[in-house]
Structures are given as C-alpha cells and as structure tokens.
Design a protein around this ligand. Structure first.
Ligand code: NAD
Length: 458
C-alpha cells in the first residue's frame, strides 16, 4: 500500500490533528489559534524571527480583538507554539497550511514568490506523506504551481488543497469560528474528508462545507471579494449622483437594502475601499482575466471608481476652503486638519492601502497641516508619515486649533462625540465626514458646517 493510502485509509480521523501554519500574519495567526482552540496541535512558523520571538512571549504583533487572550490560553495549554524552524514544523505535522502574503506585483498580478518559497521549504522538509493547504489568496492555477514545485523537491507523496479564507479583520476570530461557509478545493476525495473533519467544529451550526475542484475554490475567493468591492463602488457612484440631483443616499441605501434580493450589507458609500485584500484582489483578477484573453469590464470599472472616490473628500475640502481655485501646492497653507481614523476600517491596525494615506498625502501636498488620531493604528501611521504629521494622544486633542475635522474610519468611539466640546476646541467648526457618521440636521443646529458623502449639505 502506498504511503498516501495508508495515511488516508479509513477516512475518519475524529481526533486532534497535527497542523503547521506557515505565515503568522492576520490570517495565519487567527487560523492557527482557532484550530488550536478546537483541540488540534498547531505550530505556527514565520521567517520573521522578531515576530516569532514576540509570539513566544505571548505578545500578539497585530491588533485583532480577542486574539491575544485566545492565543495566550492555547499556548499555555500546550496546543499552540511558534517557531522559525519550518523543517521541524513540517516533520511533526500531517497538514501544512500556507498562509503567507500574496501582494500585488508591478502589473497588478498576485506575487506568488512567498507561496512558492514556502511550498519549496515544505517539500524539502517532508519525510513522508503530507497534505499541503493553500490558505493564501492565490490566482487560479496556483494549486498546480505548488504541486509542481513540491514534486521537484521531494520524493514523498502529497496532496494540494485550496482552502481560501474569508475572515474580516476586526472580526476575524468570530468569522473563523462561525464561518458562513468553508470552501475546500481538492484533488482527492479522501483528503477532502479529512479537511471536513478538521472544520467540523466550526460548522456545527449548519454552515456548509463546499467541496469542489482546486480551480473553482481559487476563483471563489476572488469572485467573493470582487463582488463586495462592486457593491461599494456601485454605492459610491449612486452617492455621487445623489449629491448632484438632491437625493439622500442615506434613504436610498436603506430603500434598496430592504429588498431581500439585494440585502443591507456592503452598501455604505464612503472614501473608497482599502485594506490588504480588496484592492489587490481586484487588480489580480483583472490581470488574470487579461492573461486569459478575457475582459472583465465591470471589475475594471469597480477599480476606476474606487480610485476616484479616494479624492472625493479632498475635492470637498478644496471647494470649502478655496472655492473656484485649482488645487495647487500651498493652496491649503496655514490650515490645520484633524484626522480621526487611520486604519482602513475599524477594529484593526492595518493601514495597507487605507484611504487615509492618499487623503493625508494630498492634504500635505496642498500645504495643510495634519494632526491625527486612531485608537489602534498610530504605530503603523508613524512608519508611513514619520514626522510629517502630528500624532495626537486622543481624538479631542487632535481637534485643538483645527480648521476642520476629517473623519476617515468609523471607529465606534467616533460615533457619538461631544460636539459642543469639539466646537470649542476647533478654530472653525467644520467636519468632512468620509463615513456618513452624523446627522446633517443635528450638526447644523449645533453650528457645524458638515459635509458627507451622498447627502445634501443643509
Ligand atoms: P500578512 O502580510 O499579515 O502575513 C504574512 C506573514 O507571512 C508575514 O508574517 C511573513 O513574515 C510571513 N512569511 C512570508 N514568507 C514566509 C515563509 N516563506 N515562511 C514563513 N512565513 C513567511 O498577510 P495576511 O494579511 O495574513 O494575508 C495572508 C494571505 O491571506 C494573503 O494571500 C491574503 O490575501 C489572504 N487573506 C487575507 C485576509 C486579511 O484580512 N488579511 C483575509 C482573507 C485572506
């Protein structure tokens, strides 16, 4: 009997499995910790030795609600450990997940360097049959590329599974523990059965595990993210039109969201989507389509609309402070802008492709001064802006002497602030709200000039 057949014989495992998670970023750490939480024996591997050393001390290098407590508990109870030693991790595990980054390459395609390097490392360390699982978001055909790389570097048997991840930063634990669905792409039905066993504790409330071929699994992840990005760009266009024709997107959004065929989520207009996934996945799908000689016109428009939307708030700021003037360096000289929110969305410290970055860069180019506050992303912001902006210890301190507040991330703490206190701290009571957090009528009554997205200025 082949080694693979011996390992897979019987089908049901029903016991804690030994897993390795390669990559301890947002996805690897959350997935590794949640698998440990359900009783598996998990070792997480990273090439970043400093990151691993911090994790070994129980310090979580990212901000993700609930993660530190769960990670520390599972480490203490011996189900979760961290190492830089890939070979050792592979030798002690049956299933090896690859959860490394897949950033955009220069042409927009997904850079598979880290995935393929990890696959090579896994292959070289294998001392017997392994299941290699792609958890990173990867273009269609990557399972085959991983298979080729592994084949070249080992004589042992293996299977490649595509298991894309759908968690959201800020609610990652909740999403992983209670997924809407789990997608398993596979090349051997027995391996799919093992993956179903592994995920069974997360799908007890009825979430389906969809088993399909590798290519469809890879495509599902891109199609999901591009669909969500499409909803956002669509609503941003509708919001911009609302402004022109005197409609209020606040009502329009609710009016369409109550249609069960549409549903209420991902319909909020704003300053454009950002983050580590939507922008790069939209670009990667477009590039994948180009390479296949196929044009994705809707997705191309989604990307263009999003790029434009990032400048909407700046246009409003220039119109307010320098009406009828062409934007030029120094136009906003002497103006101080308080910025609330830097991360690409609330409950994360992630600033990858955050709309705050182009907005702040443009304010600085136009000669404005920026004093910013974010509950979690101040350290990330320092890496991006250095000494070019001021960092405030809290949201009210950011308002001192400001000519305007620019709200860019809808953290809960910004939802219901003390407006009279704000007006006293600011040089001028002006708010540019990129996330439609406040009631225009109330703000007018409180003496604010209030601009938002897709709603009439009262
Ligand atoms: P990340 O950048 O936060 O983490 C990647 C980690 O992998 C880093 O710590 C890096 O040091 C490590 N790494 C790189 N090469 C390695 C190697 N050869 N061996 C070991 N470690 C290595 O990335 P992320 O945000 O966790 O995303 C990982 C993948 O998951 C991406 O493909 C992403 O598109 C996808 N994804 C991300 C999210 C999200 O919300 N962040 C959600 C779903 C899917």
């Amino acid at each position: 009997m082949e080694a693979r057949d011996r390992r897979l014989a019987g089908g049901r495992w029903n016991a804690a499995m030994k897993l390795a998670m390669v990559g301890t970023g947002y996805v690897g750490l959350v997935a590794g910790t949640c698998f440990a939480e359900t009783g598996n024996d998990v070792v997480c591997v990273d090439v970043d030795a400093e990151r691993v050393a911090r994790l070994q001390e129980g310090k979580v290098p990212i901000y993700e609600p609930g993660l530190e407590e769960m990670l520390t508990r599972n480490s203490r109870e011996g189900r979760l450990s961290f190492t830089t030693d890939l070979a050792e991790a592979v030798r002690r595990s049956l299933i090896v997940f690859i959860a490394v980054g897949t950033p955009s390459d220069e042409d927009g395609s997904s850079d598979l360097r880290y995935v393929l390097e990890a696959a090579k490392g896994v292959a070289e360390a294998m001392d017997g049959y392994r299941i290699i699982v792609n958890k990173s978001t990867v273009p269609v055909g990557t399972a085959d590329k991983v298979r080729d790389v592994v084949l070249r570097h080992t004589r042992h048997e293996f299977n490649v599974v595509s298991n894309p991840e759908f968690l959201k930063e800020g609610a990652a634990i909740e999403d992983f523990m209670k997924p809407d669905r789990v997608i398993i792409g596979h090349d051997d039905v027995r391996v799919a059965e093992i993956m179903k066993e592994l995920y069974a504790p997360f799908t007890r409330t009825g979430a389906p595990i969809l088993v399909m071929d590798n290519r469809s699994a890879e495509m599902t992840k891109y199609a999901a993210n591009c669909m969500l990005a499409t909803r956002i760009s669509f609503m941003n266009e509708i919001a911009n039109l609302c402004e022109r024709v005197g409609a209020d997107v606040h009502w329009v959004r609710q009016g369409i969201g109550l249609d069960r065929r549409i549903g209420p989520t991902f319909l909020f207009p704003g300053v454009g989507y950002g983050g580590s996934c939507f922008p790069k996945d939209v670009r990667a799908l477009l590039q994948m389509a180009r390479e296949s000689g196929c044009e994705l016109e809707v997705v191309a428009a989604v990307h263009r609309v999003n790029e434009k939307q990032k400048t909407r708030l700046i246009e409003k700021i220039v119109d307010h402070f320098a009406p009828n003037m062409e934007p030029s360096p120094g136009l906003l000289k002497g103006k101080v802008f308080a910025v609330w929110g830097l991360s690409f969305k609330p409950r994360t410290d992630d600033m990858r492709e955050a709309p705050s970055v182009p907005v702040i860069e443009r304010l600085l180019e136009l000669g404005g001064e920026v004093q910013a506050y974010d509950p979690a992303a101040m350290e990330q912001a320092r890496r991006i802006f250095g000494e070019r902006i001021r960092y405030s210890p809290n949201n009210y301190a950011a308002l001192e002497g400001a000519d305007a507040l620019v709200l860019l991330t809808e953290w809960n703490m910004f939802r219901n602030p003390d407006f009279p206190r704000m007006a006293k701290l600011m040089r001028q009571p002006v708010i540019f709200d990129g996330r439609n957090q406040y009631n225009p009528r109330e703000l007018k009554d409180l003496g604010f000039t209030y601009y938002c997205i897709g709603r009439p200025t009262i």
